[in-house]
Design a protein around this ligand. Structure first.
Ligand SMILES: NC(=O)c1ccc[n+]([C@@H]2O[C@H](COP(=O)([O-])OP(=O)(O)OC[C@H]3O[C@@H](n4cnc5c(N)ncnc54)[C@H](O)[C@@H]3O)[C@@H](O)[C@H]2O)c1
Length: 492
């Protein structure tokens, strides 16, 4: 992948560490995790699965990037060895962080950098006694790390300018928006803003002015939607209307002195206040579990990102297609495998129709991902398309043979029925469910196209060789009965 990052270590595999693992894998990076918790691997694997579902929704039909692999180490030294980037995400305790960074620094490769996910501890305090402190900095992400692009980069007294520059490149290369905070302060920038809102929210609840649910609604139905795409200053700039930003600032300047907010006064932290916040929030979420809320959050974030990408605005501009960050390589698939498995996954919950089965257009989506896998495997991936050549589908016939429910496993096996210099005839079969039954078949004709000339042309030897390999491996297999079948009813 870009900027020479191919191996990363993640120390601490909780909410944030798991998110880093998923993001790095999507960018094609192999990740080694160290976390002494006996269930850490289960938790991280769960986050990876959540990220896969989100990527499928974000890049439908394009999830063919070569994902990195995850591995679990028994020591920090083993995880850090040979890593280009080490991301520490252990609990927010300064003594623990210092001990961990000491060990990371001792095992660090010569070129590698270290980012700490700390939400507010100073990098100078963490790096004080460690070796290789010049390459340690804060790299503070937001949850969920696999979807939110921003990362605050904060150097300590010992951090070199060169290490900061390298980090800015690395985090951008994995689809993030690194923002360099020039002076180190507790809690950096994002958490200071959040803290102000949090303190004010606590007061409002404590004094019975609004409930937790009402405050959340005021944010999510209103000001939060503005912040998500314009931030603080751009939003207020518009508040001045035609009078401009200066007019807005002059109009609201007096209220800063009144003052409206309590900010630095913290309400007394009593059991009663905790109970009040928890029970009001329980009422507001109306029985939804954390897992259900995480799924809602991820689906909404993905759909926000899609809109922002389409409008080329804000967080949408930081997005990088996994297939571009880590293009699938020609050898990423054994072309002579039998059966040739070209897609594996689960029926995603968004794929349900009103019968709660996989809906019909998703069959075509899965078959088209399977087709891409074959094309990429034969060398006709994104790089080939950039050269101005591609394959266009000119005919498709899908047979729906059996239903499949949400969450069930499915896979696709592909047969190359025929090929010549310009044409490919593919036949996919989708299997799934606990009994691995046949669910559907997809038969497709594709043309090799010179996109600039806008017409079919013979494919070059290096591409046709892949199809020859598949054909040879499948030589002698019985022809599937459905090949060439047409839609029809017997006339009465
Ligand atoms: N949760 C957030 O929203 C958020 C956001 C941004 C940054 N952060 C920061 O990220 C860091 C991690 O927070 P989190 O929310 O993921 O916490 P977490 O409790 O979910 O995860 C911490 C993980 O560290 C592991 N751990 C404990 N001791 C360890 C050790 N000695 N070596 C390796 N792993 C060890 C734990 O087993 C756990 O899995 C903190 O510094 C936090 O401030 C959190």
């Amino acid at each position: 992948m870009a900027k020479g990052i191919s191996k990363a270590a993640v120390i601490g595999g909780g909410v944030i560490g798991g998110g880093w693992v998923a993001r790095l894998m999507t960018a094609g990076c192999d990740v080694t995790v160290f976390d002494p918790h006996p269930k850490a691997a289960d938790y991280v694997n769960d986050v990876i699965a959540r990220n896969e579902a989100a990527m499928l929704r974000l890049w439908p039909g394009q999830t063919t990037g070569a994902r990195g692999q995850v591995r679990y180490a028994n020591t920090i030294g083993e995880a850090v060895e040979g890593a280009d980037l080490v991301q520490e995400s252990v609990p927010e305790r300064i003594e623990l962080k210092k001990t961990i960074h000491q060990e990371i620094g001792e095992a660090l490769a010569d070129h590698a950098i270290i980012g700490s996910s700390t939400s507010g501890l100073l990098p100078s305090d963490i790096q004080r006694d460690m070796p290789n402190a010049d390459r340690m900095m804060v790299a503070h992400p937001y949850n969920p790390v696999y979807l939110l692009p921003v990362v605050e980069i904060v150097g300590g007294e010992k951090t070199s300018a060169e290490a900061i520059a390298t980090a800015m490149d690395i985090y951008a290369a994995i689809g993030m928006k690194p923002v360099h905070i020039k002076k180190e302060i507790d809690a950096f920038v994002g958490d200071r803003l959040l803290e102000a809102m949090w303190r004010e929210s606590l007061w409002l609840v404590d004094e019975g002015i609004a409930t937790a649910g009402e405050i959340d609604d005021i944010v999510r139905y209103g000001l939060g939607m503005r912040y998500a795409q314009m931030g603080q200053f751009m939003t207020y700039r518009l508040g001045g209307g035609d009078g401009g930003f200066r007019h807005f600032l002059e109009q609201f300047e007096p209220s800063l002195k009144w003052p409206w907010t309590k900010l630095m006064d913290v309400p007394e932290w009593t059991e009663e206040l905790v109970d009040k916040i928890v029970s009001q929030s329980d009422d507001h979420v109306a029985g939804l579990s954390v897992k259900e809320l995480e799924t809602k959050r991820d689906n909404n974030l993905v759909d926000f990102l899609k809109v922002l990408r389409r409008n080329q605005w804000g967080a949408g501009t930081a997005l990088k297609n996994p297939a571009d960050m880590a293009p699938a390589t020609e050898d990423s698939m054994a072309l002579d495998a039998n059966p040739l498995i070209t897609w594996q996954g689960h029926v995603h919950e968004d794929w349900a129709d009103y019968n709660n089965h996989m809906t019909e257009f998703r069959y075509l989506e899965v078959f088209s991902m399977a087709t891409d896998k074959v094309l990429f495997g034969c060398g006709a991936g994104p790089a080939y398309v950039k050269e101005g050549f591609s394959f266009y589908t000119v005919e498709t016939h899908i047979r729906h043979i059996d239903e499949i429910a949400i969450g069930e496993p499915i896979h696709v096996e592909t047969r190359l029925i025929n090929h010549d210099a310009k044409k490919l005839h593919l036949f996919h079969e989708m299997y799934g469910g606990a009994d691995n039954r046949l669910l559907a078949s997809g038969e497709h004709m594709l043309l090799h196209v010179d996109m600039k000339a806008g017409r079919a042309c013979p494919m070059p030897e290096q591409i046709s060789a892949g199809f020859d390999t598949i054909a040879k491996a499948q030589d002698g297999l019985a022809m599937p009965e459905a090949v060439g079948s047409a839609i029809g009813m017997k006339r009465k």
